[in-house]
Ligand binder design. Structure first.
Ligand SMILES: NC(=O)C1=CN([C@@H]2O[C@H](COP(=O)(O)OP(=O)(O)OC[C@H]3O[C@@H](n4cnc5c(N)ncnc54)[C@H](OP(=O)(O)O)[C@@H]3O)[C@@H](O)[C@H]2O)C=CC1
Ligand SMILES: O=C1OC[C@@H](O)[C@H](O)[C@H]1O
Length: 369
């Protein structure tokens, strides 16, 4: 089915991630085999109208070489406030790309204006804030979803299939690490990764990625029959003294009858390119390479019952994103949910956002203690 009905997006904020997301909206969906969706960048809101206009001009001039639907940004409006985007009757859905502490107020305002919302990760600063958004979405009967794009990547479906099929036997444990040395000492205090007022620290910014692999592979494992949340066994944060946010965080989760997940974030040390996620199972390991947000390769290494040997068989699978960064897949989910009259996504349900947000609340409360 080829659709002509466009989903008209209003982009809130003109920072780093909004650029990437909006560029992905302009990628021709047919390049990823999606013929039932169509996106339009209808409006961009910024604290300054010049920045909004610059953002639009940039999207028009920095088009990828091919596979971009230029017409889908032609009529885009530049606004010097976010409110004008929420109140624009020619906008169907709001994408929120502001720093984390603003997510709650931005999403609340959009929902109250009757707009569907796709909000960047972490959804909010606490479960309490998130619960208020969910309540409003239900009241207003409008769609609301956290933008955990990794959930929607083709590689996630492939890896889930391997782990959930039992082909490698029972899961023993999962290790997931998102670490980048951002050299925070070289940045001004006002950088959002450092300033507590902007939600600084590694956990809130990077934590959603180890969390997404744990949630998709263990929480959603068929052995987790009642969908019970895991227990947070322990956590530790190393505090970045300059501002008091976490330089790194580590936390262990346990799903009874399914397995354990050790999650790591760090903004002061690089992680390894090979093995950002390692799932150790009875009969072998599944190992993901590349960025944990968007890996494109995984390996299955099977092992004999006496442990690993140099002769263990290794199979490698490449599952690249054909065009764009890969955020288009979450945008397609939003399109289909809204088209089908849903206010919540089954692949990114509110309850799973609440579980992860709950870990962040607990880990931050425990801090370095
Ligand atoms: N899904 C993903 O892969 C990624 C997600 N993110 C998430 O997106 C959000 C934004 O991150 P990122 O784009 O890197 O951040 P940036 O700092 O690059 O952009 C944030 C934008 O928010 C707006 N803004 C509004 N109020 C403030 C304020 N007080 N201080 C600073 N900016 C403000 C500004 O836009 P304007 O001036 O136009 O109003 C600014 O450009 C974060 O929550 C982060 O977790 C970030 C990177 C990747
Ligand atoms: O979501 C993200 O992914 C990439 C990181 O560099 C960034 O800090 C984070 O927000």
């Amino acid at each position: 089915m080829v659709t002509s009905r466009r989903l008209r997006w209003g982009i809130i904020a003109t920072g780093n991630i909004s650029v990437k997301f909006a560029k992905d909206l302009l990628v021709d969906p047919s390049t990823r085999g999606a013929f039932d969706v169509a996106h339009r960048v209808a409006a961009v809101g910024s604290r300054s109208v010049r920045s909004a206009q610059r953002f639009i001009d940039r999207l028009k001039t920095e088009r990828q070489t091919s596979g971009v639907l230029e017409s889908e940004i032609e009529q885009c409006k530049a606004y010097g406030s976010y409110d004008e985007v929420y109140d624009d009757p020619e906008v169907d859905v709001i994408y929120i790309g502001t720093p984390h502490p603003l997510h709650h107020s931005n999403a609340k305002r959009a929902l109250e204006a009757g707009k569907a919302v796709l909000c960047e990760k972490p959804f909010t600063m606490s479960v309490g804030e998130l619960d208020e958004l969910i309540r409003i979405a239900k009241e207003k009967k409008v769609f609301l979803m956290e933008a955990v794009w990794t959930r929607f990547l083709p590689i996630m479906f492939r890896v889930q299939e391997v782990i959930h099929s039992g082909k490698l036997g029972k899961v023993k444990r999962l290790f997931a690490d998102f670490s980048i040395d951002f050299n925070p000492d070289d940045w001004p205090y006002s950088w959002r990764m450092i300033d507590p007022a902007l939600g600084g620290g590694s956990l809130l910014d990077m934590g959603p990625y180890p969390a997404v692999w744990a949630m998709m592979l263990l929480h959603r494992h068929p052995f987790n029959t009642n969908g019970k949340p895991p227990s947070l066994v322990f956590s530790h944060q190393t505090i970045y003294k300059r501002s008091g946010v976490d330089a790194n965080s580590r936390w262990l989760l346990n799903w009874d009858g399914v397995g354990q997940a050790m999650c790591v974030t760090d903004m002061t040390a690089h992680g390894t390119h090979y093995g950002c996620v390692i799932v150790t199972c009875e009969k072998g390991d599944l190992i993901l390479d590349g960025s944990i947000a968007r890996p494109s390769t995984f390996h299955i290494i099977t092992r004999g019952k006496d442990g690993p040997t140099a002769d263990d068989e290794k199979e490698t699978f490449n599952v690249p994103v054909p065009a764009g960064v890969g955020m288009c897949y979450e945008a397609d989910e939003v399109y289909r949910c809204i088209r089908d009259g849903k206010i919540e996504s089954e692949r990114m349900p509110w309850e799973e956002s609440r579980i992860v947000q709950g870990w962040f609340d607990e880990i931050r409360a425990a801090g370095s203690g």
